[in-house]
Unconditional design. Structure first.
Length: 79
């Protein structure tokens, strides 16, 4: 019971602080925030592109690595 009351009080405080911050923001600040969000989105796009490139390389290399291991094992057992 006490934990729920404390959690509700914490949410109220967070909402109040957020409201105060929003009231303190000037219109120019929104432009800066939009620029920051755009830059963040661009970084996320870059990370996603790199991730897919890594996945593609791993997808290509996996069969090559497996083939190489098989060839090494064949060579070792043929001696």
């Amino acid at each position: 019971h006490e934990l729920r009351r404390l959690a509700a009080a914490q949410e109220d405080i967070q909402s109040f602080v957020l409201e105060l911050r929003l009231k303190a923001i000037r219109p120019e600040d929104f432009d800066e925030l939009k620029d920051e969000v755009k830059a963040h989105d661009d970084r996320l796009d870059d990370v996603e592109k790199k991730m897919w490139a890594i996945i593609a390389v791993c997808g290509f290399l996996s069969p090559v690595v497996i083939w190489a291991i098989i060839e090494i094992i064949k060579t070792l057992f043929n001696k």
